[in-house]
Structures are given as structure tokens and as C-alpha cells.
Design a protein around this ligand. Structure first.
Ligand SMILES: [Fe+2]
Ligand SMILES: [Fe+2]
Length: 380
């Protein structure tokens, strides 16, 4: 036993792994300390929990990036230079966390946040690693190897934080046992691009808020969010370039799909965050303000490639999000209550949730011209 690894594992750290294979092998060795509760939580598949994806890897492998070659090479060179190698591990900035003294509701919500974030990071890792393994196109396999490397580190670091609370997600078990959802490549682009960019916007908004209000930093992991979100930013840039290689992906009928994914990703974030009131109160963040802030940043970024953005200032937007949230609470209550009345409550909630989603989706979108070059820098 030592202070760094209280549950007995000593060895190379995931932060220093230079490939995804190495990162996962380290986590595999630690797996005997894994925790059933955390893994079971990560195993859950609902509309709101992070999923694992699979796709048509051959189609992805056939992408030709020559039309975006200059931007592509610059982005890859920056990722190869690996500015965050060794960053994602505890150091002297890691303050002691008083898990036993933490207010129980905050502890519950924060652990839920960590498990869900770890699952989401690992979901990216598994998808990117599989693409790298199946592909033969050097550009594509190189990109996916680099992104998988980053996500393995991110997941490993969250697991470090969970371990201090006596929990750990068994990533090897998840890879084998969690259900995989098939998405056509174009849906992978929309969904993954958005999840990388919204991930950036979420982390940087919390980071800047805590920079200004350090008394609300109740856990040291938030100090790592700046470099963290820069990784996600680069991943988003890569997907923007992939989409740029085929103009059909962001025009014609596909714009309706883009609108669908924008609405689904924003609405999911809103509902999920509103399930964690104590967590946001501890951060000193109003979840409605936070959602609006993150949507604004994500919309601004996604103008690099999407010809529309959602009208988040439309009077129906906030109202419908609140309806969706309330419907979701009713579904959860119905599920918990069980029996016939519980079932009815669940059904009623599901209908109201669907109507609220339709109300969001049918708000007219803002249209704009997409720039010739997609490349952006993280400026928030
Ligand atoms: Fe990540
Ligand atoms: Fe990422």
C-alpha cells in the first residue's frame, strides 16, 4: 500500500501511457480492485446514460482527407506532439478530499457525475480504438489511435478520483459486457463531433467559473479541466475536418439530422444536469445559466461546420426544456413507485417528454454561411 495508490496497485500511470493499448493494459492490471456498484452504474443503458457505439468501420476507413490536407496535417502534428502527456495524474495540486465528511446528497450526485463522465470518456476510447484496429487508411488510423490514447487517460484519471471514494469502474468488463448501439458513420460524426465540442464547452465553463470563484472548488479534479477540454477541443476539430471532406454530410436532408442531434444532445445535457441540484449548488452554478452558457459556446463553435444553430433564445426553448425535465422526473417517480399507477405515471411522463422534444425540434433554426476553413482555436 502507498499513499498514491491506497488500494495496493503500484506501477506505471495511465497519464504516462503513450498509446491506448498501454493505457488500457495499466487499467486492466488495476481491475482486481474494481467496484461492483460503480461498474453496474456504468453498465446502465437509458436514454440519459452514456452509451457505447459501433459503426460501419469500412466506410469510415474509406475517407480521403486530401481536400483538407493542410489543416489535417497541422492538427495531427499538434496531437502527435502530445502536450498533455503525463498531465492526467495526481500531483501536489491534488488536495485531500474529505469523502466521509461530504454532504450525502452531494456525494451521491458527484459520484454519479464521475461515473457517468468516466463511462462517456471510455465510450469514446472504445469506439476510437476499434476504428484504429479495423482500419487500413493511415490518416484515419493515426487520428483514431491518438484520440483513443487521450480518452484512455481521461477515463483513467476519473477512475483515480473514484478510487479515493472506494469506487472504480471496471473498464475491461464494460468493454466486454456493455451493450453497443450501432450508428451509421454519418450519425457517429454528428453525435461524436457534438459530444466533443459540448464536452469542451462544459469543462471550460466550469473551469473559468471556478477560477473566479475558487471557494466553490470542492474537489481537485476541476483544476485539470483546462488541459482536459483542450484535448476534447482537438477531437472535435478532427470530426469537423472529417465532415468537411464530404459536403453532402452538412447539406440537404442531412441538415434535419444535424438539427435532430443538436436538439437531442442539448436536451439530454439539460435533463441530466437538472438531476444533480446539490452538485451544481456546491459549484455555485445555476444549472439553467450553465446550460445556456454551454449551448451558446457549443453553437458558436459548431458554426465552423453546421449550416444551422438552434435558436436557444426562442421563447419556447427554455419552456420546453423545463417541460422535458418535469416529464423526466415523473418517469423516474413512476418507475420507483412501481405497480399499475407507477406504470401509468411512467407512460404519461413518456408522452409528455416526447411532446416536449417535438416542441424543441420544431423551433425554426438559425441559418448561416459556413466558413471555407473549419479550423478554430480554443478561446473560451
Ligand atoms: Fe475525453
Ligand atoms: Fe474526446
Amino acid at each position: 500500500m502507498n499513499a498514491q495508490n491506497p488500494q495496493g496497485y503500484t506501477g506505471k500511470h495511465t497519464a504516462d501511457a503513450t498509446t491506448v493499448e498501454e493505457g488500457l493494459a495499466i487499467q486492466e492490471k488495476q481491475a482486481k480492485f474494481d467496484d461492483d456498484f460503480a461498474t453496474e452504474t456504468a453498465m446502465q443503458n437509458t436514454l440519459l446514460t452514456p452509451r457505447f457505439y459501433t459503426t460501419d468501420f469500412d466506410e469510415l476507413d474509406a475517407i480521403d482527407v486530401s481536400s483538407v490536407r493542410d489543416d489535417w496535417d497541422k492538427l495531427i502534428a499538434q496531437m502527435v506532439s502530445d502536450p498533455n502527456k503525463g498531465h492526467f495524474k495526481k500531483n501536489e495540486d491534488w488536495d485531500h478530499v474529505d469523502w466521509d465528511g461530504m454532504e450525502p446528497q452531494l456525494k451521491k450526485e458527484f459520484i454519479d457525475f464521475l461515473i457517468s463522465s468516466c463511462t462517456a470518456e471510455f465510450s469514446g476510447c472504445v469506439l476510437y480504438k476499434e476504428m484504429k484496429r479495423r482500419g487500413a487508411n493511415k490518416d484515419i488510423t493515426q487520428l483514431f489511435q491518438l484520440m483513443a490514447r487521450d480518452e484512455a487517460r481521461h477515463a483513467g484519471f476519473i477512475n483515480d478520483a473514484l478510487r479515493e471514494a472506494g469506487l472504480r469502474v471496471n473498464l475491461g468488463f464494460l468493454t466486454q459486457s456493455k451493450k453497443y448501439t450501432y450508428f451509421r458513420p454519418k450519425f457517429i460524426y454528428y453525435a461524436t463531433y457534438l459530444s466533443e465540442k459540448i464536452g469542451y464547452a462544459r469543462y471550460i465553463t466550469i473551469f473559468r467559473h471556478l477560477e473566479a470563484n475558487p471557494e466553490h472548488r470542492f474537489h481537485p479534479i476541476f483544476k485539470w479541466f483546462e488541459e482536459w477540454c483542450n484535448d476534447e477541443f482537438s477531437h472535435g476539430e478532427a470530426f469537423a475536418l472529417l465532415m468537411k471532406t464530404d459536403p453532402k454530410l452538412t447539406s440537404g436532408g442531412n441538415v434535419w439530422w444535424i438539427k435532430f442531434f443538436l436538439t437531442a444532445v442539448y436536451a439530454t445535457m439539460y435533463v441530466r444536469d437538472h438531476q444533480r441540484p446539490a452538485f451544481h449548488a456546491a459549484l455555485g452554478v445555476d444549472p439553467d445559466w450553465y446550460a445556456h452558457e454551454v449551448f451558446t459556446k457549443t453553437s458558436k463553435l459548431s458554426e465552423q461546420i453546421f449550416p444551422i444553430t438552434l435558436d436557444i433564445d426562442h421563447p419556447r426553448w427554455q419552456r420546453s426544456l423545463e417541460r422535458l425535465h418535469r416529464a423526466n422526473v415523473a418517469i423516474a417517480e413512476g418507475k420507483a413507485a412501481g405497480g399499475l399507477s407507477g406504470k401509468l405515471k411512467q407512460m404519461g411522463g413518456s408522452i409528455r417528454a416526447a411532446l416536449a422534444f417535438v416542441s424543441l425540434y420544431t423551433i425554426p433554426a438559425n441559418r448561416h454561411l459556413v466558413p471555407d476553413s473549419t479550423r478554430l482555436e480554443p478561446v473560451y
